[in-house]
Design a protein around this ligand. Structure first.
Ligand SMILES: [Zn+2]
Length: 298
């Protein structure tokens, strides 16, 4: 083997990163869970994304699912970053509207969560905000017309812009809940994020109204000048967008098992153990908070 070539969406690229680690380091991939636990160098990796959303082509993360303990976990190491990226929008031309919407809404989630993250800096916020603008403007165009290659190109590059933001500032409560929904019910990552994004954004707006208004202004949402109302403008708009993009509410999701309200307890319990939660602006997240959010998303 001279090198690995990863062609596909986030899961394909993350799988290639994991196989690359195992080929040169041996053992079980769970041995490398966490940050900086890959001891030996890995083979060169060329990433060719076929969706615009995950930013896996530029991140040092491989997100994986442990099917035994039913949880999502990550291997984070600078050694696993792709050496070359071919970001050609032509590879996304035939992506169906539903997948375009889900992956694009994942990128919007990355932008919003990293912008308000505890770890956000001037530099990461610049990338997050610009990424939000690019996706907000171009995702609806591509959803309507998959052959709009100008908009597809902007999304492909926007994915890298926002990737610079969130891979340094990290994510938050949306991803904590989404990882759990994907691990338990097989929901696609972008769909799981989109289901809870508007409600978590409204929840976080109480802590960071200024940032919420900055994001709303950046995408030209109409504002009233009343902070109490304007801090929810982004959350409301995201709710509208998610609906318009055909993302069905939580009770209509689920691959093998339908999600019911009886599942909320275990989802909330597991989401509280998720790493991204450490970076959420509101740290007063309890099991009840998450159950409330799930009820709204249901
Ligand atoms: Zn994501």
């Amino acid at each position: 083997i001279d090198a690995f070539v990863a062609v596909g969406g986030g899961s394909s690229m993350d799988t290639a990163k994991a196989i690359n680690v195992l080929t040169s380091n041996g053992g079980n991939i769970m041995d490398y869970e966490g940050i900086g636990n890959v001891p030996k160098p890995v083979y060169p990796l060329i990433a060719i994304p076929t969706t615009a959303g995950t930013s896996s082509e530029i991140t040092n993360v491989a997100a994986l699912v442990d099917t035994k303990s039913v949880r999502k976990y990550v291997v984070i190491d600078n050694k696993i970053v792709a050496d070359k990226v071919i970001a050609d929008p032509e590879f996304t031309r035939t992506v169906p509207a539903g997948v375009t919407a889900a992956t694009g809404l994942d990128a919007i989630t990355h932008a919003v969560e990293s912008y308000i993250s505890n770890e956000a800096t001037y530099l990461t916020k610049y990338n997050s905000l610009r990424g939000l603008q690019i996706f907000y403007e171009n995702l609806p165009k591509v959803y309507e017309n998959g052959n709009d290659m100008d908009a597809r190109e902007k999304m492909m590059l926007g994915c890298i812009v926002v990737g610079f933001g969130f891979s340094n500032a990290n994510l938050g409560l949306v991803h904590a809940i989404a990882h759990t929904l994907s691990a338990h019910f097989g929901l696609a990552h972008g769909v799981a994020n989109a289901c809870v994004l508007p409600y978590v954004t409204a929840f976080n707006a109480e802590k960071c109204p200024n940032e919420m208004i900055e994001m709303a202004k950046a995408i030209n949402l109409p504002l009233t000048g009343d902070e109490e109302k304007d801090k929810f403008a982004l959350a409301n708009e995201l709710g509208r967008m998610v609906k318009e993009m055909g993302i069905r509410p939580l009770h209509e999701q689920g691959r093998e098992h339908k999600i019911t309200e009886a599942d909320f307890d275990i989802i909330a319990t597991d989401a509280l153990k998720e790493g991204p939660l450490h970076f959420n602006p509101r740290q007063d997240v309890t099991k009840e908070t998450i159950i409330e959010i799930l009820k709204k998303a249901f």
